[in-house]
Ligand binder design. Structure first.
Ligand SMILES: Cc1cc2nc3c(=O)[nH]c(=O)nc-3n(C[C@H](O)[C@H](O)[C@H](O)COP(=O)(O)O)c2cc1C
Length: 353
């Protein structure tokens, strides 16, 4: 699997998720089996580039190549500038977000709303490619299957993007108006794949190794991208890799191993965010990690009241140690992705200053 000149170790991608796939989480996913992880979205609004949040999003310290940064916006010139800004800060691949359904983004005519205006979408793609080509940086595109169920235009946009020089497209199998409702549909992704020469990545509702194998077979895609199912279970990438290689599911990890990964992740997380923001933003990761475990809900509520790193780490450590006394391994993931978060996370980005 290649994106431009970059050869990836496998075809398992961590999906960009604003407020989730920051540098520590991306590194964790890659360590546990993802071959590629796209950063959270960076706005094309210049006035926000100096904000603390944006600079954390553009933090790639210690991240392994290729470093991929997603940009979002509505204006071709601003998007080109955003691409250049991120390349200066270490981006080796630029991903254009045409998949985001958040109201704020769509009112401002960005994200998946761009799919409604094909000429504007193409103008943005061409402007970004023009800047990136000069620096030898491949451009990728993330989109939905269309704007509305009656207007599934992913194939047209993907073909135009390929002609404009885009190196890969990822498609989430829902239209914008579907939000997260219903089930992802893979026929449109299969059609996109059949009409393009560049790599196509299938995304949407992949929550188990079997589902990953099914989606790969059904769409013929070159790779798959996993979002929500990796929240709290970043080892899903390793599970999928094992299943694709052997046809067998491997056992779920030991409780003590999950504790070790989580504690390492928390240290890295506090390092990026500092104590105040770090403790608060870590709560969601801890909440996802304990979600399916016995007593997890009660622990989540208790843990949310702690507001320093040491107390949070100590509580997590103790809770997992106690759990480890009664069971060796964490249970398999209860199927289904939680349809939460994307709108809020993205709207928060656009409101930040
Ligand atoms: C909390 C959250 C934040 C997201 N942020 C982004 C984003 O910044 N850019 C983007 O292209 N997609 C974003 N997405 C969409 C995911 O990348 C993915 O396309 C979607 O969740 C479907 O995949 P899944 O079923 O594996 O979760 C977000 C999704 C969630 C749940």
């Amino acid at each position: 699997m290649h994106i431009g000149q970059y050869e990836l170790p496998n075809r398992l991608f961590a999906a960009p998720m604003a407020g989730v796939t920051d540098r520590p989480f991306r590194q964790l996913c890659r360590r546990l089996g993802a071959g590629y992880a796209v950063s959270e979205m960076v706005t094309s609004r210049k006035d926000l580039w100096t904000s603390l949040k944006t600079s954390r999003r553009a933090n790639h310290d210690g991240e392994s190549a290729p470093i991929a940064v997603q940009i979002a916006g509505t204006d071709a010139a601003m998007m080109a500038e955003a691409a250049a800004f991120n390349i200066d800060r270490g981006a080796q691949i630029i991903d254009i977000n045409m998949g985001c359904p958040a109201k704020k983004v769509c009112n401002k005519w960005a994200g998946s709303a761009l799919m409604q205006d094909e000429p504007l979408a193409l103008q943005i793609i061409e402007a970004v490619v023009a800047v990136c080509v000069r620096c030898g940086v491949p451009v990728t595109l993330k989109m939905r299957t269309g704007w509305r169920v009656e207007r599934r235009n992913a194939v047209q946009i993907a073909r135009a993007a390929e002609s404009a020089g885009v190196a890969m497209v990822a498609v989430h199998g829902r239209t914008r108006d579907q939000g997260y409702k219903g089930e992802a549909e893979y026929d449109t992704i299969a059609e996109v794949k059949s009409r393009l020469r560049i790599p196509v990545v299938a995304n949407g509702d992949i929550d188990s190794p079997r589902k990953a194998a099914e989606v790969l077979a059904r769409t013929g895609a070159d790779a798959i991208m996993v979002g929500r199912a990796a929240q709290g279970r970043p080892w899903i990438f390793g599970d999928i890799a094992h299943f694709l290689a052997t046809g067998c599911e491997r056992p779920q990890p030991a409780v003590r191993q999950v504790k070790r990964w989580l504690v390492e992740h928390l240290h890295d997380h506090y390092g990026l965010y500092g104590e105040f923001a770090g403790v608060r933003t870590a709560r969601k990761h801890i909440g996802w990690a304990v979600r399916d475990l016995p007593g997890g809900e009660a622990f989540r509520a208790r843990m949310n009241a702690l507001d320093d790193c040491e107390a949070q780490l100590h509580a997590v450590g103790r809770w997992f140690d106690e759990l480890g006394e009664s069971r060796e391994r964490v249970p398999a993931f209860a199927a289904g992705c939680e349809a939460i978060g994307e709108d809020n996370a993205l709207e928060a980005i656009l409101e930040e200053a």
